[in-house]
Design a protein around this ligand. Sequence first.
Ligand SMILES: [Zn+2]
Length: 70
Amino acid sequence: MSRQDQFRVCVQCNRTFKFGKHEQERYESMGFDPPLRCPECRKNKQKTKTENKWAPRQRRSQKNWDLEDY
Ligand SMILES: [Zn+2]
């Protein structure tokens, strides 16, 4: 049985996104469920997570910049 590209609706932004057959194979081989969000929302989610993680350090370096300015 040959795989076909799927089109899914993102639960976050309601946009239709392509879930290609290669992606399906990758998800299946890793034992993941098909994605609920479009690549863009997934990227944004990851970005937010990373930003939160680095926020304290960013704030500290910004403070140093302020000090150097004065
Ligand atoms: Zn989305």
